[in-house]
Ligand binder design. Structure first.
Ligand code: ADP
Ligand code: MG
Length: 470
């Protein structure tokens, strides 16, 4: 049915729109005239709802008849179950849309047995691992920001339970890849050890399930279910804070699994030592394993992430635009991806090629500091970051070659990109006088003629400053 719909839509929508908005959709199921499709993100869902809902309604009705219904599933972050399913009424065509972001799974196995513990020689149970198949190690770009966590994750996936990273606790701020990496571990285990029982669950879902079972006097069923898991991945354990009873259940499950050589993978938005509201006995268990953090990727890694994403989605845009996005979005990866999608959306909506102009326009919402003026301090920070030189060294009298060069390049860029006088520039470098600044600028120019590596460094830095000034 979905294929037929696509065929119709393809003829109506222009090619670029079709590729951007319809190709990434996957049909999930068709039940009683309810077609469920999976879209890659909330943004997609909103975009499609806003722009293509009538078209979809028409084609669906053509295929399925008047009672056709469309249901969306949003893939973006299955770890975040705070979105309640929502039903949107469409007055014009009466097709109900709802966001089925909450993945519900029953605490039963597809091989139902009353009490799995008393039946000997039981066939391995099957539980849907609740994993998003696109969250893999291959799609998780490695950089300094995540190297330890990624490699520890790989080790865990290779030898679940039989490694010294048990539990593996992955922590870091929002949008930095915790859910992706945790699910990559699950997917990799499934690939390498198909018989292992993997389950991914957010702590919110765990708590909700626990409370349901608690109300129904079925806490034992709840705990038994979780004790069947070989690799248990619990996302965002910070939400356990102050849910005392759930923590008790989690503690019991943790101990059982750990003692049986089963693997635990946990994520958290804070380092375990800063996790207020979690019982000390749990936190001390976390210390048995490894805690590894995720940081914001540096500029190069951000470029790589964008390029990978574009490649996967079959998209293309000028290199300078990629650099612009990577340079300016330094909050988190989710925002980086969000900006990319907005840009695509704007481009396809306005039937306009993606260029720097459009990128600037679109990113005005995404970039925190608008209309930036480049200051000497900005440039100093950029150069220091680029050469990995401590900021204070620029002010000091150090004669070490790298420091001297970094200082000279900074002065050169400050002269080129700010309106400050030579005197003011000199003052920003531990009170050097204007002749030192003149000398530095001249030295940089001379060196660029003779030293090609040096020249490349200066050109790249120049580009960075220019981009930052846009
Ligand atoms: P968190 O759970 O920490 O809030 P997510 O795992 O949801 O963050 O990541 C946000 C987005 O960034 C996801 O789309 C994810 O695929 C992407 N992402 C995060 N880290 C990487 C990485 N190292 N390489 C590629 N994509 C990444
Ligand atoms: Mg997450």
């Amino acid at each position: 049915v979905w294929q037929n719909c696509l065929e119709i839509i393809k003829d109506i929508v222009d090619w670029q729109h079709f590729k951007t908005w319809f190709e990434p959709i996957t049909p999930v199921s068709l039940n009683n005239k309810v077609l469920t499709i999976q879209v890659p993100s909330q943004f997609f869902y909103e975009y499609i709802e806003e722009h293509y809902v009538n078209l979809l309604a028409k084609t669906l009705k053509r295929e399925l008849g008047k009672e056709a219904r469309l249901e969306y599933r949003i893939m973006v972050d299955s770890g975040n179950s705070s979105h309640q399913p929502q039903t949107v009424d469409l007055p014009t065509n009466n097709i109900k849309l709802y966001n089925n972001n909450v993945m519900d799974f029953p605490l039963v196995t597809t091989n139902p047995v009353k009490n799995p513990f008393v039946i000997p020689g039981l066939k391995k149970i099957q539980i849907d691992p609740q994993l998003n198949p696109t969250y893999t190690f291959e799609s998780f770009i490695e950089g300094d920001c995540n190297r330890v966590a990624r490699r520890a994750g790989k080790t865990v996936a290779d030898k679940p339970g039989a490694n010294s990273f048990n539990p593996l606790v992955i922590y870091g701020g929002v949008g930095l890849g915790k859910t992706h990496l945790a699910q990559a571990i699950g997917n990799e285990v499934k690939k390498q050890h198909p018989n292992k029982v993997v389950l991914y669950v957010s702590s919110e879902k765990f708590i909700n399930q626990f409370q349901d079972h608690s109300r129904n006097n079925a806490i034992n069923d709840f705990i038994h279910f979780y004790q069947l898991i070989d690799i248990l991945i619990i996302d965002d354990v910070q939400f356990f804070a102050r849910a005392e009873k759930s923590q008790d259940a989690f503690f019991a499950i943790f101990n059982h699994l750990h003692q049986s050589g089963k693997q635990l993978v946990l994520t958290s938005d804070k380092a375990p030592k800063d996790l207020d509201g979690l019982q000390e006995r749990l936190l001390s268990r976390f210390r048995w394993g490894l805690s590894a953090d995720l940081q914001m990727p540096d500029y190069e890694t951000r470029i790589e992430i964008l390029e990978r994403k574009m490649k996967n989605d079959g998209l293309d845009m000028p290199r300078e635009v990629v650099k612009y996005l990577a340079y300016n979005i330094n909050t988190n990866i989710r925002e980086l991806e969000g900006a990319l999608i907005s840009l695509l959306a704007q481009s396809s909506l306005n039937k306009r090629e993606i260029d720097l102009e459009l990128a600037k326009k679109v990113l005005r919402n995404h970039i925190k500091t608008s209309s930036k003026e480049i200051t000497i301090e900005n440039i100093q920070k950029m150069v220091c970051e680029y050469f990995d030189v401590p900021y204070e060294k620029l002010q000091q009298k150090t004669r070490k070659r790298e420091i001297v060069q970094a200082r000279q390049i900074t002065m050169y860029l400050a002269k080129a990109f700010t309106k400050n006088s030579l005197k003011t520039i000199g003052e920003h470098f531990g009170g050097r006088d204007h002749t030192t600044v003149i000398h530095s600028c001249q030295t940089v120019k001379d060196l660029m003629d003779t030293d090609s590596v040096f020249k490349e460094n200066v050109l790249e830095l120049t580009q960075k400053v220019q981009l930052a000034a846009l």
